[in-house]
Design a protein around this ligand. Structure first.
Ligand code: ADP
Ligand code: ARG
Length: 342
């Protein structure tokens, strides 16, 4: 394996931190599951427009390839090698009201966490047999949920094109063919082993075997962040009573992308900001000051002209779940204040 050639236009954290020295140090290492440096960096090498550019294959990847992962984690989350991640998913500690009680700005709120099973490698190198096993274990566990969380599992294989398209358009289902995931090995054997569980109202959903083995999601119309958080906390607690997830004291929940480590939580709103979005410098300053991130409303890497944005917390590691929700709440309040004043 040769040191990859990055062009001058490459601004990913991979380009920044994969120096020739780090490359030489790591190039012949292999985790006990067979994950290598070449697999870790392929997505960022193939896709030079990556923001990050690396993925992990298992828990061991984060220690064996630490000279590459640690500076990326530090830059993205502001989390150092001596820091410890501590969780708090207790809704009682989230003392907030709806930041948009009249429903003038926020269309919908969604909070998701990523999880991976402790006894399997991550999706980047999982075998087809293992992935199918994850699907059956997780979908069986979900079948035991009751009340508001009760739902059904819909495998992707055999799902009609129309049903799939509607679920994607309505923001419930993951998209297909993401080139970043493709180059990371996460789309192998598609659509086998993938699917979506949801309740009738589609306020509680679980994606199986997309970027992470589970993405547990709570969502609803409007801006009631606390209600969405409370439902997710309850669901995750129940699922964790039956499943053992990959987790370390230092990094919290282990995910295939280092941006999701720790809480693995992305709390977002779809919000209308037609005036502020024409003043990009002010908009971006509020985003940055409040540790937020802007995405298009059709998921990551999407863009459109609607004046509606997906705003979410950026940090997920070294702060707890309640703080992730506060990052969203505090930032959204500022955005609404500014939009109203302009
Ligand atoms: P993820 O949140 O899983 O990292 P994406 O950014 O790709 O990944 O979003 C997944 C889906 O969730 C997309 O269809 C997106 O439109 C939808 N989504 C995200 N936030 C919201 C929200 N607040 N309201 C409605 N749909 C949302
Ligand atoms: N690998 C992609 C990049 O570096 C996505 C990174 C963050 N998003 C994610 N879904 N993990 O731009």
């Amino acid at each position: 394996m040769k040191y990859p050639k990055f062009t001058d236009g490459c601004h990913s954290l991979l380009c920044k931190f994969l120096t020739k020295e780090v490359f030489e140090e790591l190039k012949d290492r292999k985790t006990s599951n067979g994950f290598t440096l070449s697999k870790a960096i392929n997505s960022g090498v193939v896709n030079e427009d990556s923001g990050i550019g690396v993925y992990a294959g298992d828990e061991e990847s984060y220690t064996l390839f630490a000279p590459l992962f640690d500076p990326i984690i530090k830059e993205y989350h502001g989390f150092g090698t001596d820091d410890m991640h501590v969780s708090n998913f207790d809704p009682k500690d989230l003392d907030i009201s709806n930041p948009d009680p009249e429903g003038k700005f926020i269309l919908s709120t969604r909070i998701r966490v990523g999880r991976n099973l402790a006894d399997f490698p991550l999706g980047t190198i999982i075998s087809k047999t293992q992935r199918d096993k994850v699907e059956s274990l997780v979908s069986d566990t979900l079948k035991s949920l009751k009340g508001e969380l009760k739902g059904s599992y819909y495998p992707l294989k055999g799902m009609s094109k129309d049903v799939k398209e509607i679920l994607i358009k309505d923001h419930f289902l993951f998209k297909e063919g993401d080139r970043f995931l493709e180059a990371a090995g996460l789309n192998r054997d598609w659509p086998d082993g993938r699917g979506i569980y949801h309740n009738d109202d589609k306020t509680f959903l679980v994606w199986i075997n997309e970027e992470d083995e589970l993405r547990i999601i709570s969502m609803q119309q409007g801006g009631d962040i606390k209600e969405v958080f409370t439902r997710l906390s309850k669901a995750v607690t129940l699922i964790e009573q039956k499943a053992s997830f990959m987790k370390t004291k230092h990094l919290g929940y282990i995910t295939s992308c280092p941006t999701n480590l720790g809480t693995a939580m992305r709390a977002s709103v779809h919000i209308k900001l037609p005036i502020l979005s024409r003043k990009m410098d002010i908009f971006e300053e509020i985003i940055k000051e409040n540790h937020l991130q802007i995405r298009g409303i059709h998921g990551e890497h999407s863009q459109d002209e609607s004046g509606i944005f997906d705003i979410s917390n950026k940090r997920r590691l070294g702060i707890n779940e309640v703080q992730c929700a506060y990052d969203l709440f505090n930032g959204v309040k500022k955005l609404i204040e500014k939009e109203s004043s302009l």
